[in-house]
Design a protein around this ligand. Sequence first.
Ligand code: SF4
Ligand code: SF4
Length: 189
Amino acid sequence: MINPEEAYKYMDNLEFLHEIENASDENISSCYQCYKCSIGCPVAAEMDVLPHRIIRHIINGNQEKVLGSKSIWMCLQCKACSVRCPNDIDIAHVIDTLRKISVKLNMYAEKDIRLFDNLFLESIKARGRLYELEVLMKYKIAKKDILSDTKMGIDMIFKGRMGILPHNIKDRKTLKTIFKKIEDDRTNE
Ligand code: SF4
Ligand code: SF4
């Protein structure tokens, strides 16, 4: 017979699974650990938790292992895993959902990637296009690391890979409306 402590643990596990299934609208429970998602992942070698293990940890209720993993920030959102899944689980979408929840709960492992993501989006929001030089400078100031990679940066400017001046799109009003809608949707989530 299952003891009450075991039963509570089991219910806790299910709670996390249901939370992620509801937030992502994906049928995570249908995973049978075939490993196909991990085999197709181009950054699997960099990950601390492979995609099929992320799914397994969600099913087992191991919240910290997935929300605190580096893998969810290494993911390129290429969806190679999602198209390979025989159970139609959009793993990339699950990972994106985990990112949002890890930020909400302040459990995210890759603070630098999160910082870079924010600066990237700030630039797009302000100009409609990425102003790489500005993003890089803001990132380096935030990291208190101005001097590293200076030579590479100068080389990129001289080779025309990075512009000195920003380029703005014309219709920035529509862009602001799109960002406002995204922010409002996130507040209501
Ligand atoms: S491909 Fe799908 S079913 Fe197979 S391990 Fe990955 S998530 Fe599970
Ligand atoms: S979406 Fe992410 S987890 Fe899936 S294959 Fe691409 S990089 Fe790997």
